[in-house]
Design a protein. Structure first.
Length: 311
């Protein structure tokens, strides 16, 4: 299995990402030094439950400041030999004993690229994610281009064994996490149907009418013809002409258009309003914590209503 969420951990922030068909989308992010970190993380977790009511599992993306990237001689020829060669090459390259390190490598030549970090870093990251109930199942890195080929994999968490079904294992991703850009809403021509806004007094508005609407009515033409011939005209006809010319133009009220393309299908990649997931975890806050930034905090009530309608 592959976890549907990722916790992107940096030296100063922690962000929640959601795996979708279009790639990883950011749900929200908060600073580590925020006044109420637990509340902010609780909101992010609740947002994840809104996207995945059946539960959530995450992979932990560890900061590069905790990972050492090296190029080492490890000609192999097989993986077991390379692992032994890398262990030998790591002696003295870090403050830790080799048995206290966890590493991964990429490449098949005489030299390989190695990503290595302390096992205690993994333990601390897992403890943090477990405390805030994000159900971490694996550890990965996010290398800068050229440091490593693919996504560094540091194995499953200890908690994974209690979360997975019997015989199930965590599968690694081939490529590092990349946050996908959201599609911008497409313009909808129906939104331009009327230029008069809702609540405008149409009697005081002076809309420009199409040329066809400016043509005189039949009653007006008859009255004009009668006047030109100095003939009396039926009073009812004249009154009709006057009433017609004095009738205010009724403009259609502006229609709100919901652009379906602006919202994800089935709510797959947008953080839900707490009302949608509060039944799952009633202890979570109903309002977006000020510390949470990103898509989870950017939703407006109309947008949330549109998501509910789409469902």
């Amino acid at each position: 299995m592959k976890p549907s969420f990722a916790l992107n951990i940096t030296d100063s922030t922690i962000g929640l990402l959601h795996r979708t068909a279009r790639g990883w989308l950011q749900v929200g992010e908060t600073q580590f030094d925020t006044a109420d970190l637990a509340e902010a993380l609780g909101y992010l977790r609740g947002s994840a439950l809104g996207l995945s009511p059946g539960g959530l599992t995450t992979k932990l993306v560890l900061p590069n400041s905790q990972i050492k990237y090296l190029e080492l001689d490890a000609p192999g020829p097989n993986d077991a030999d390379r692992r032994t060669q890398i262990r030998a090459a790591l002696v003295g390259r870090t403050p830790y004993n080799v048995e206290d390190l966890v590493f991964d490598w990429s490449g098949t030549g005489a030299k390989v690229k190695v990503a290595v970090l302390a096992r205690e870093t993994l333990d601390e990251a897992e403890a943090f994610a477990t405390e805030h109930r994000f159900n971490p199942v694996s550890f990965v890195g996010h290398p800068t281009p050229g440091d490593f080929s693919g996504e560094p994999w540091f194995g499953p968490t200890k908690l994974a064994a209690t979360l997975l079904e019997k015989g199930e294992k965590v599968d690694r991703d081939a490529e590092p996490v990349q946050i996908a850009a959201r599609d911008l809403p497409k313009s909808h021509p129906a939104a331009l149907k009327a230029e008069v806004t809702v609540g405008t007094d149409v009697n005081s508005a002076t809309p420009k009418l199409p040329a066809e609407a400016e043509k005189p009515t039949r009653a007006q033409r008859r009255a004009a013809a009668a006047a030109a011939q100095h003939q009396p005209t039926d009073d009812a006809t004249l009154q009709t002409a006057q009433d017609t010319s004095a009738t205010p133009v009724e403009m259609p009220a502006q229609t709100a258009v919901l652009n379906a393309d602006a919202f994800p299908e089935n709510g797959d990649d947008i953080a839900q309003d707490p009302a949608l997931w509060r039944d799952v975890d009633p202890a979570l806050p109903a309002a977006v914590p000020a510390a949470v930034i990103g898509d989870a905090a950017a939703l407006t009530e109309p947008a949330l209503a549109a998501v509910k309608i789409a469902k």
